[in-house]
Ligand binder design. Structure first.
Ligand code: NAI
Length: 261
């Protein structure tokens, strides 16, 4: 895995998985630019651009400030379901997409985009019409109306945002192929970061069952190397797909749903 000499933007670099990804990329020789609403640890990054990734104006301003010469974008910033359905969908999907699209002119040919989805997005094949509606939504102020129409409450919003992210990534498998730009998602299971308690709170008994069958929750150190690999040229034939990184939980869930466990 080589990222030496690449310039890579990492959102969410102030905490958890984003902080560890920034640290790892920098230690491997990449120039790391953090985008977050909070300031990251200075030792993990080369530059910091402050932005609110739920706000289209702030997003476009950040993309402009970042400028050209970007080889990788790790979209890791995200909110847990306890933060409410509108911010969750705005940060986890609408803002992420807006930022990625605003960054397109800044990318070098061959750039890699890596989106942090989740095991929570595994149910996307069951939610086609609502996902289609969200992907069709461009107006951030219409988020609440879309949630009402598709019966997305706070608890469901996190799953929904990650389902849409996985589908949008697959849909764009070849969109920027002429420039060699590719995009993938990584889907962790539960990871020990400041938002793990929010997931446990929202998912209740289901989360307790997940934690019971897992030998341990994931750590940011389990996820960051997968993100870094997807930024490297070694993964250039991996395009428009979702890579689970969940200690086996995804297989466990799928086999149980299908009765093949
Ligand atoms: P975290 O809470 O430790 O870090 C999230 C980062 O995103 C923070 O630095 C925060 O400041 C930033 N952020 C949030 N809203 C923002 C906004 N509006 N503008 C700019 N920055 C903003 O979370 P963690 O656990 O590291 O999560 C990272 C990603 O991994 C998220 O997308 C999350 O959904 C995903 N994930 C996390 C799992 C877990 O169990 N921790 C499991 C599966 C996926």
């Amino acid at each position: 895995m080589t990222v030496k000499g690449k310039t890579i933007v990492v959102t969410g670099a102030a905490s958890g998985i984003g902080a560890e990804t920034a640290r790892l990329l920098k230690s491997a020789g990449a120039t790391v630019i953090a985008v977050d609403r909070n300031e990251p640890a200075a030792s993990n990054v080369d530059r910091f651009v402050q932005a609110d990734l739920s706000d289209p104006a702030s997003i476009r301003q950040a993309a402009k400030a970042l400028g050209s010469g970007i080889d990788g974008l790790c979209n890791i910033a995200g909110l847990p379901p306890t933060r409410g359905r509108v911010p969750v969908i705005q940060v986890n999907f609408l803002g992420l997409r807006e930022f990625t699209e605003s960054m397109l002119p800044n990318f070098n040919n061959g750039a890699a985009i890596v989106n942090l989805a989740s095991l929570a997005g595994i149910g996307w094949p069951e939610a086609g019409p609502a996902i289609k509606a969200l992907i069709g939504l461009r107006d951030f102020t219409a988020t609440e109306a879309l949630c009402n129409e598709h019966k997305v409450d706070d608890g469901r919003s996190y799953f929904f945002s990650k389902e849409a992210l996985i589908v949008w990534t697959m849909q764009n498998r070849w969109t920027w192929r002429d420039r060699g730009i590719r995009m993938n998602t990584v889907s962790p299971g539960p990871v020990e970061t400041p938002i793990l308690k929010d997931f446990l709170e929202t998912l209740g008994a289901r989360a307790e069952e997940d934690m019971r069958v897992m030998d341990r929750p994931g750590r940011p150190e389990d996820i960051a190397p997968v993100v870094a690999f997807l930024c490297s040229d070694d993964s250039c034939w991996i395009r428009g797909t979702n890579i689970p990184c969940d200690g086996g939980m995804g297989s466990h869930v799928l086999l149980n749903i299908t009765g093949l466990a």
